[in-house]
Design a protein. Structure first.
Length: 174
């Protein structure tokens, strides 16, 4: 049984560790190994805490709890892409403890993000995914998302890392 709830300050270290583990699991072979090896959960937690403390971050953060612990995290909010119409939400991140991928935790987090966007009055959701991340792309395609043709390339430690954008419109109820 998975419980989705708002992230609290007490969850930040666990969420940071989930993010680092998620990157190392999902992006091996897609981003430079030196970048993955250099990721630091403590530094990630400090940055996350600073963003939340600023009060200027419009992101919504939620966690998935199962068996008494945090096993996943989702972050979403207003779309940052200038070419998107008003009423567009963006999924910024979703991570699940690697050993629990495929158990429904990610789906529960995705549905929570969609519900949050619907409650804000958003009509559509966009997200960016690494072009080579076939597992994540299948997840979003099964959830009803489709590529909209937009692509961008991030520079990660000197390596070009291509991303593709997906969109879900209209936001459907689960």
């Amino acid at each position: 049984m998975v419980n989705i709830r708002e992230m609290t300050d007490a969850d930040i270290e666990t969420v940071a560790a989930l993010r680092v583990a998620g990157w190392r699991h999902a992006y091996t072979g897609l981003v430079p190994r030196r970048h993955l090896d250099a990721m630091d959960a403590s530094a990630n937690a400090a940055a996350h805490r600073a963003r939340l403390a600023s009060g200027a971050d419009p992101a919504v953060n939620a966690v998935a709890e199962a068996a008494g612990g945090v096993v996943g995290w989702v972050c979403h909010g207003p779309c940052r892409d200038a070419d998107q119409p008003p009423g567009t939400a963006e999924l910024y991140a979703v991570y699940v403890r690697p050993d629990l991928i495929g158990t429904g935790v990610g789906r529960a987090l995705w549905e929570a993000a969609l519900e949050g966007a619907r409650q804000r009055g958003d009509a559509r959701m966009v997200l960016w995914v690494l072009k080579g991340n076939a597992h994540a792309r299948r997840f979003y395609e099964r959830a009803g998302c489709s590529r909209d043709g937009a692509e961008r390339t991030d520079d990660i430690d000197g390596a070009a890392v291509p991303e593709v954008r997906y969109v879900l419109e209209p936001l459907r109820s689960p």
